[in-house]
Design a protein around this ligand. Sequence first.
Ligand code: HEM
Length: 613
Amino acid sequence: MPFIGETRRASPGMDSRVPKKQTTAGKKARAAARAGEKYTTALRGQLPSGTGPAAMSPATDPARRPGLAHRALMDGGPGWRPFRGTGLFRRIGGQQAVDRLVDLLYEGISADAQLRPLFPRDLAGSRSRQKLFFAEWLGGPGRYSEQAHAGLRHTHDGLPITAALADRWLGHLRRALEATVTAGDDRAAIAAVARCLATALVSGQVAPARPAGRGRRPGGKGGNNSAPSNNSAPGNSAPGNSAPGNSAPRPVAWCGIGARSVARARDLAHRGDAAGLGTALAQAPDLLLPSYAAAIMQAAALAGRAEIIAMLLERGVGADHPFFLPVNVTGMAFERVVFVTPLCAARMKRRRAAEAALMAAGAREDVFTSAFLGDRDSLARMLAADPGLAQAADPAVDVLAVTPVDHAVAGGQAGALRLLLGHAGLDHAVDPAAGYARALRGAAAQGSAEMAGLLLARGADATRIGVGRWVLHPVLAPLLASHGAAIDSSGAWIGASCTGNQGRTDDPDYVRALLRHGARASDRRGTPSGEQGDPGSAPGSAPDNAAGIRALNATALHYAARAGFLRTIEVLLEHGADPGARDSRGRTPLDWLEEAAPSVSRAAVRELLAPRS
Ligand code: HEM
């Protein structure tokens, strides 16, 4: 069976090629890592040739494909999507088997006193996202890539994952596999690849991602009690990573208290404050770990701070390490998945000095940069040299299938998109994940009928576009509707239009357009059909609070009453909404009005909702 960017299926024999923790190679690699080398790189070096991940050819590993290797943030072992096209997903029992696998994995994690503190208090959201992930990773539908907001590297950054914790996680996975996957060969193949990824996720951080004694999950949201210290992890004490004097290094993470160090360093880089940044790096050495350093480098590139770029390069930060662009640049559809290199960021903002500094340091061009910036000449050259690049997945987001097509759309480059989609090397038949649902959502959010038309002509699945303001667009709405786009009955549209959250205002035209495209005034927010989640989310997503919203089972009128959206209430009533509808606790929209903000005119809402004689 064909592979995408890979030519070999994971074989049962793979397990023997994957190093176990206690091998001599592993020990030597750990020693090399303590001396500053990346663990997985060191591990490859220790393995005999023809064994282990080192045996993978560049063609089988997208991260090592010529022209893309510099974008990788993680050593991925035997490829990140190794089961694509192997029939494994169907063979093991499809989504039902995957759901059971993840339920059992999470049962193991919840009962594990050492692993549990790393996870959020409420596991519901995490568990349902993992079901989408494992389905895709095991070769099933690409729903996770359509909506995930980070690859594995970023999801696990800031978590103090030691080799011992990785082993525990793998133990739970192995037990879950025993109970769900019948064929020993398949179990061995899955376990082997998971081991490679888990090994690559072992943290190299020096500082705990949270200060001792704080009741939050390290590096994360809403967690609890004491996480194991990562200082005990082998290879975690890279030389030169100690703070000045005897003071403990400051925590560094993407969320929680450690996020302050990252935000401050990025701000200093943006302002060009070299002295301030020097101090910040000394106080928090983990800022120089690849993904944090990439964020700081991007801030300098966007602001055109050539002297900061030079300073970071001098400290060993890669000239090519990509980082995701802010959502106000890419739009929500591409939140945290469109990674650009510092060179791309500098060019986007026309920062010539920064570009020159990066070029002098050997920064590389690649297909993602050309697609995002709409550089058609270089795109055409690259595609002529390697046709497979047209649908290469970006190594920066490891397991996610984010391709140059997504980059072209995120950059608003219809010409580059046309070139990519018209490229002879593009073969949709071999990639079930290339449904372009995310790209189509992005094109629609930009109001680009041209890009949406190109994607639809290439088979993009309009039925997966989800809720969005496309319903208001005079050209896009009929175009998408004619390809099957519609608002489903899960009630996700209510979150996007009838709550006062995230600065939303009373927008009756939007509600009317949603109702014209399939929404019904009787829908309830969080109705499980399609497992749809929060406002604006794609079908199939289930955010952390989905369970709470689902439990409320309230109508659009409940939310609009609480938000005080008078004109929306009128539209809903015109479309047959029931003012006497009750939520799961028996409360009517008028009862919800009691929880409204003081600014809401209660009298006006009551007037509208009062029973008519
Ligand atoms: C090495 C041991 C591992 C530990 C301790 C660990 C721990 C975690 C934690 C704490 C989260 C965050 C959960 C949340 O905030 O909801 C997470 C997320 C995730 N993990 Fe792991 N993990 C490990 C290995 C792996 C491996 C090997 C894979 C893939 C085969 C994986 C796949 C994922 C995915 C896809 C998510 C994100 C789910 C989402 O979209 O929210 N993890 N992991």
